[in-house]
Design a protein around this ligand. Sequence first.
Ligand code: AMP
Length: 143
Amino acid sequence: MIEYQTDNIFAKILRGEIPCEKVFEDNNSIAFMDIMPQSNGHLLVVPKSPSVGLLDADSTILGNLFTTVQKLARAAKQALDADGVTIMQFNGSAAGQTVFHLHVHIIPRYEGVSLHHHGAAPADPEVIKSNAAKIRAALSSKI
Ligand code: AMP
């Protein structure tokens, strides 16, 4: 397993050094829109605590992390009128991981619509902004 590096892109987002389209933050994690979404409304939940992936994470952070994943998955499904939600999480480059700070993908799914390739193409920033606004609105309503 590789060592955790503090210059990874999600660590920079967590430190506020680069921007993101944030939809949620609490003491344990943040959630923001994926810039190369595999479906409309793809977002990421990132714990603040540093670990490369699931395998080296402190188990005490995982409970909070998955509670947040559930909250965001419900909000995204409702906000974007999705038919289902795929949750993905990759460990190691052999498994498809490209950013080496633990994160969970929340990918809204629509009947009959296939996923785009992983990290293949950036989406229109205006669409990402609009999806983020809808998810924030769903989070602030009771779900
Ligand atoms: P993984 O391959 O599981 O490590 O996933 C990394 C994800 O981060 C991919 O889906 C990328 O599209 C996404 N990503 C990379 N850079 C950024 C960024 N600056 N803001 C938001 N998402 C990003």
